[in-house]
Design a protein around this ligand. Structure first.
Ligand SMILES: *[C@@H]1O[C@H](CO)[C@@H](O)[C@H](O)[C@H]1NC(C)=O
Ligand SMILES: *[C@@H]1O[C@H](CO)[C@@H](O)[C@H](O)[C@H]1NC(C)=O
Length: 348
């Protein structure tokens, strides 16, 4: 935790406040019971996407490893597309030197709607040895790729040491990104967002790939294959939602009403005051870039932004922290599920 943040405004740290905050943060992060979700085996809901040889299932079929080596990354995709849902997995990220590596856990329909796709992202960005993983969340709707909505964060634990649950909830009214039971970002649907709010059925994707050209310090540090293979592991997989045919574009067919009602009744669908406090805490201490505070990029913040003045004070016009954060914006133009040959190119 950054001491400067807890200073009392006269330039020296208020230790009592600091301690109180630390205890408060700690309690908020651990005090919640885990979600009541049913997990499925890999074969029950997912298929390999690319780099088949680097996708390794456990003998019981309940967990899967995605490897990146100098020949290819790998990935899987949900066998169905879902119109609204809860997409979740417990994930352990590769350890040691992971510069240039991206592990992505996201929903998209880019394969079906090339020009006007929807997408919700967790993207974990590897780092040089001794420096922790960072990650970002993002969303696109109806092909809004020129309006990135990135937020970047640090984590409050080492994601390479044990499994943590990462979840994306997508309903007709809101989107919530969770880590374990802590909501870290909520986007509430708003008329002014129009098509930018994801609205068409999406698949769940998980991938590991070589993003040497941008992932770590804006591409300064490349993947070092001396440390390969890089292994990320996924287990306790959850897919809850309404399977839908994206071409028919029947939004919420009637036989889905039960599924959707069940989804909306789950404890993760509403943010309790306790969880909201945990979210605020997380964002105050671990978020180091927000597009909502990046006035150089968006002179008028996009309509879903909730500007919190005490939070805004900590960010520069560039949306970066005034102290202690770094963020390089990057181009969105890239291929995230590279074919083997593309991947070969980028790893050279
Ligand atoms: C989505 O984009 C298409 C064309 O790209 C447009 O015709 C359509 O009206 C958009 N939908 C919404 C909800 O904005
Ligand atoms: C990828 O690169 C490796 C070694 O550089 C090579 O052996 C392999 O044939 C390449 N594969 C493709 C599909 O280009």
């Amino acid at each position: 935790m950054d001491v400067w943040f807890c200073s009392n405004g006269r330039g020296f740290p208020n230790l009592f406040l600091l301690l109180t905050l630390m205890i408060f943060c700690f309690c908020n992060f651990v005090a919640n019971a885990s979600f009541n979700v049913s997990t499925i085996r890999f074969d029950e809901g997912y298929s390999p996407l690319f780099g088949d040889g680097n996708l390794v299932r456990s003998p019981d079929g309940k967990s899967v490893r995605l490897l990146l080596d100098r020949f290819t990354g790998s990935g899987f995709i949900s066998s169905k597309m879902y119109n609204h849902g809860f997409f979740s997995a417990r994930i352990k990220l590769p350890s040691d030197y992971t510069a240039g590596i991206v592990v992505a856990f996201y929903t998209s329909n880019g394969d079906v709607f090339e020009k006007n796709h929807d997408e919700l992202d967790f993207e974990f960005l590897g780092n040089i040895e001794g420096k922790p993983w960072r990650f970002q969340t993002n969303l696109y709707g109806n092909g809004s790729t020129n309006r990135g909505r990135e937020e970047r964060y640090r984590l409050w634990f080492d994601p390479t040491k044990e499994f943590h649950r990462y979840s994306i909830l997508w309903t007709a009214n809101n989107i919530i990104f969770y880590i374990d039971e802590v909501p870290i970002r909520e986007v509430v649907r708003n008329e002014a967002m129009g098509g930018d709010y994801p609205s068409k059925p999406m698949s769940l994707y998980a991938t590991i790939w070589d993003a040497s050209n941008w992932a770590t310090s804006g591409g300064k540090y490349k993947v070092n294959y001396k440390y390969a293979p890089f292994v990320s592991e996924f287990k306790d997989l959850v897919l809850e939602g309404c399977p839908s045919d994206p071409i028919q574009e029947v939004l919420e067919p009637s036989d889905c009403s039960d599924t959707i009602a069940r989804l909306n009744a789950q404890d993760f669908a509403t943010i309790t005051p306790e969880r909201r406090a945990a979210m605020r805490n997380f964002r105050q201490h671990y978020m180091y870039y927000s597009y909502c505070y990046d006035t150089l990029r968006y002179s008028v913040p996009p309509p879903e932004c909730v500007i919190i003045p005490t939070e805004q004070r900590r960010f520069k016009d560039s949306g970066r922290l005034k102290f202690g954060g770094s963020h390089r914006r990057r181009s969105r133009r890239r291929n995230r599920n590279p074919s083997v040959s593309l991947n070969n190119q980028s790893s050279m």
